[in-house]
Ligand binder design. Structure first.
Ligand SMILES: C[S@@+](CC[C@H](N)C(=O)[O-])C[C@H]1O[C@@H](n2cnc3c(N)ncnc32)[C@H](O)[C@@H]1O
Length: 239
């Protein structure tokens, strides 16, 4: 998809179909308002993990973390190509919205080299996991996760729910959140807007249904990571 061929400069558009992004561990700490210590308190789920090194970095610090993503069913070469294609697509798309994103002196989106390096760390860790059979990367799809109730102290879910509101309906969002809350005592979601910056329109309805089911919700204001304006994180806990 070539967004810049159909988009006037400055026009807000969404990034298009779901891509496999590679936000680094440091972005996760910021966007989910977490510290290293928080992540050592109990098992952590990253869903969707994409090509992030988050879980590998939690494990490197002595924690327990598992990543879930449907892309983990792909062979290494196919997965690498999909990650590269996603990064190129989002880089091209950012150039259509220069008021939202920053670029280096060569016009390269500032996060492109970071995502590339993060994806390399992820792919190395995935290869090691596959060779050793440690099961840190699970090929699965929301809204059905292959874990028992209460398997995790915390689940983090970034840049799938709300981000792709044009591709997933309200029923999917509700089922996915319920599933994350089934397997984890606390769930953190970020951001709460789609990729064009439009806040998820049915958030209040979603939270009303969850509240009736005993779920407590808090919205944190956090520094944005890829887009400085995407600064809200939802924290959900079961009653
Ligand atoms: C934009 S990436 C986010 C990855 C990571 N959280 C990050 O911030 O870099 C979205 C990911 O969602 C995955 N995905 C798509 N549909 C999914 C589903 N139904 N359940 C879980 N993950 C899904 C995609 O494969 C993709 O890797």
């Amino acid at each position: 998809m070539t967004h810049d061929s159909v988009t006037a400069p400055g026009e807000r558009t969404t990034v298009g179909p779901v891509l496999i992004s590679a936000r680094p561990y440091a972005n996760y700490l910021t966007q989910f308002a977490l510290t290293d210590a928080d992540l050592l308190a109990g098992p952590v789920l990253d869903c969707p993990g994409g090509a992030s090194d988050f879980a590998a970095e939690v494990r490197a610090r002595g924690g327990q973390a598992v990543s879930v993503d449907p892309s983990y069913g792909l062979e290494a070469a196919e997965l690498t190509a999909a990650i590269d294609a996603g990064r190129e697509r989002v880089s091209t798309w950012t150039r259509t919205q220069p008021d939202r994103y920053s670029f280096d002196e060569n016009g390269v989106w500032e996060h492109a080299p970071v995502w590339e390096a993060t994806a390399r760390r992820f792919l190395d860790d995935l290869a090691r996991d596959r060779a050793e059979g440690t099961g840190h990367y699970r090929d699965a799809l929301l809204p059905e996760l292959p874990f028992a109730d209460d398997s995790f102290a915390l689940a983090v879910s970034g840049f799938l729910l709300f981000t792709y509101a044009d591709q997933f309906d309200n029923a999917f969002h509700l089922a996915a959140v319920r599933e994350l809350l089934r397997v984890a005592a606390e769930v953190r979601l970020h951001p709460l807007s789609d990729s064009s910056g439009v806040p998820y329109p049915d958030l209040d309805t979603l939270l009303g249904i969850l509240s009736a089911e005993g779920v407590t919700a808090r919205v944190l204001v956090v520094p944005g990571t890829s887009d400085p304006r995407e600064n809200r994180t939802l924290v959900l806990t079961r009653g």
